[in-house]
Design a protein around this ligand. Structure first.
Ligand SMILES: NC(=O)c1ccc[n+]([C@@H]2O[C@H](COP(=O)([O-])OP(=O)(O)OC[C@H]3O[C@@H](n4cnc5c(N)ncnc54)[C@H](OP(=O)(O)O)[C@@H]3O)[C@@H](O)[C@H]2O)c1
Length: 319
């Protein structure tokens, strides 16, 4: 069943910044920037050697975009697809005590500044995304920026996308689908949070597919919240089911959670948030099995309200 492997893409947030949003409690062992860089490069290479051809990055992910650029140039493989974003600037300078890690700015100046660097990813760069499109940033109504995106899309044959975050992901997607420039829809790719706990994407998945949009799933493991954790008492019944399925298919809970995304909505890609090669090995066990209809329905029954899911997500720290 190796055909599943191309469905998994590698998200590079965890390999670009030593600190990232997750549920981890203990301090990670400290390593030098050089070691961190080498580990990131090894993770990219390991993913590639194991069949992954889709890589998601962003200037906001510390050194990830630069790492990916240096690495991808050595591959010369036309099957590689890179997706990057614009709109966030990484400002923590790899300082574990930093209080601000990233700054959001959806301005034309930021777009042009970040495009200068990101365009170096061409010809591997296929999808260019607004990083975390929201109503309050004004991006969805800023004609100057939308026209510039259309220009980049046409000139470089890019798929233009947005990524969504928050309990109103679906409203943001609906608004985005109506953006038309010179008679053409501007956006064709949507990177959306979807997992056993937040299933709101279901409300618009059929429309997205009918209109031939690419749907890329992020946060399939709910930032680690799907792994047994005593801090989330309400999820204990879910943890038991996930463990039961993991035992049945002889895989980890990560593979069950990724498989749930694949089998329940058949997206274009599901991003692995792997921070190292071991995670990738575990994640790619999705290709060993499929969930049956009954198992998908059981997992679907654990969905929470988007407002509660995102309230909990806001409380996660940078670890
Ligand atoms: N557009 C956006 O705004 C946005 C936001 C978030 C993510 N993303 C993209 O989506 C990708 C994935 O998202 P994510 O990393 O936030 O969420 P995720 O896949 O839901 O969670 C990954 C977290 O789970 C933990 N984990 C434990 N065991 C794991 C295993 N076997 N395999 C993988 N992870 C394991 C890791 O934490 P430990 O290392 O502590 O174990 C990791 O930080 C990112 O890399 C990024 O490309 C985009």
């Amino acid at each position: 069943m190796n055909t599943v492997k191309p469905l998994i893409g590698l998200g590079t947030a965890a390999i670009g910044r030593p600190q990232y949003i997750n549920v981890r409690q203990e301090e990670g062992a400290s390593i030098s920037l050089e070691e961190f860089r080498n580990k990131g490069r090894d993770t990219l290479e390991y993913a590639y050697q194991n069949g992954i051809r889709y890589f998601d990055t962003a200037p906001g992910y510390g050194l990830a975009e630069e790492l990916l650029l240096d690495w991808v140039k050595t591959k010369q493989d036309p099957d590689i697809e890179v997706a990057t974003k614009w709109g966030y600037t990484y400002v923590a300078n790899f300082d574990p005590t930093a209080t601000t890690h990233e700054i959001k700015e959806h301005s034309l100046t930021k777009l042009n500044e970040q495009w200068l660097q990101s365009q170096k990813l061409l010809p591997y760069l296929k999808i260019y995304q607004v990083h975390s499109a929201t109503f309050d940033s004004g991006i969805l109504e800023n004609e100057e920026i939308l026209k510039r995106l259309y220009e980049l899309k046409s000139k470089h044959n890019l798929i233009m996308g947005i990524t969504t975050t928050g309990d109103n992901q679906i409203e943001v997607i609906k608004k985005t689908l109506n953006i038309v420039i010179e008679g053409n829809s501007l956006f064709d790719a949507f990177q959306v949070t979807y997992n056993v706990l937040d299933q709101s994407l279901n409300d618009i998945m059929d429309t997205l597919k009918e209109q031939h949009n690419k749907v890329i799933i992020k946060e399939a493991l709910a930032n680690g919240r799907l792994f047994p954790n005593d801090n989330y008492l309400t999820y204990q019944p879910l943890y038991q089911i996930l463990q039961k399925l993991a035992d049945k298919y002889k895989v980890g809970i990560d593979a069950i959670a990724l498989r749930f995304c694949i089998d329940s909505i058949q997206p274009y890609k599901v991003l692995s948030g792997a921070a190292n090669s071991d995670h990738i090995t575990d994640n790619l066990k999705v290709s060993n099995f499929t969930l049956n209809t009954n198992e998908i329905e059981i997992l679907k029954s654990f969905r929470s309200k988007p407002s509660e899911y995102w309230e909990e997500r806001k409380k996660l720290g940078w670890n």
